[in-house]
Design a protein around this ligand. Sequence first.
Ligand code: UDP
Ligand code: MG
Length: 324
Amino acid sequence: MNENIQLSIVIPCHNEDLVLDELHRRVTAAAESAVNTDYEIVLINDGSTDRTWAKIEELCENDIHVVGIDLSRNFGHQIALSAGLEICKGQRILVLDADLQDPPELLPEMMNALDNGADVAYGQRISREGETHLKKVTASLFYRVLWRLTDTKIPLDTGDFRLMSRRVCDHLIAMPEKQRFIRGMVAWLGYKQVPIQYNRRERIAGVSKYPFRKMVSFALDAITSFSVNPIRFSAYLALIFAVTTTGLIIYIILGWLTNTTVPGWASLGVIITSIGAGQFLILSIMGEYIGRIYIESKNRPLFLIKEIKTGNSDPRKSSTQGEG
Ligand code: UDP
Ligand code: MG
């Protein structure tokens, strides 16, 4: 296969044997209408316990466009996706879920956005069909809490369904962090990113591979990789305790002046609240340092340059990344 493929479609699959045939058919149709035969479909088997890998092998044998990757065990959606991004070769990369909740038919519109200068065209859901009430409420809440907590503006109601340019994919691969919340990392990268709105369909078959437990851990990964603000919680507690201490001291003085104190309890109260304030203060200071260690340890590049403009003979053209 050609080394410089126009389009890669990357799809992580965990126990998806029921959907693979239909997936292959619809993705192939979408890819052909967009780039003729110049595409690859990268299917990552993320430790499935059903016939997913056997099915992928079968597809590989019958279609030269299919590339199968079999991970050694279940690593989780975001890591499986990272594996696919690392292996794929396309100039543009479409990320898709296996269950066809996100329509591959949106590809032409996304290609169009990239033709017009965007680096990322991301699908933004204006509705979700066939999902439980709990899932809709928690998902909606999750994106809004994340939006408030983080400094990176991660678009609301947006999954990993997106088309991106080769340079965005290369930067993603180069980011060494282990907790990978990919939609946030893409938002962090910058460049021109445009939303394409769509209605999210029902899964065509099978059940969601994100039980509540995985959703919680996913949300924790997202929040902790993009914000150290929760650490500041202890600073607020320190403040509350400090205010309480001051209030109590004023109350004691007043009581002392008017001779209405009950001996003993007030001084004890002050001791307890002031120690509380002191402890939370120290905790919050330690937290600030831990937060900084955490940020440093992610080793993200300092900045990314979209373009450098100079006269024609200047050689500084292709530098795109700051030192981490
Ligand atoms: N997935 C995966 N590894 C996992 C869990 C999920 O590769 O451990 C894949 C799954 O096969 C699907 C995508 O991630 O292609 C999204 O999962 P799912 O559709 O079950 O999530 P939901 O749409 O319910 O949030
Ligand atoms: Mg799904």
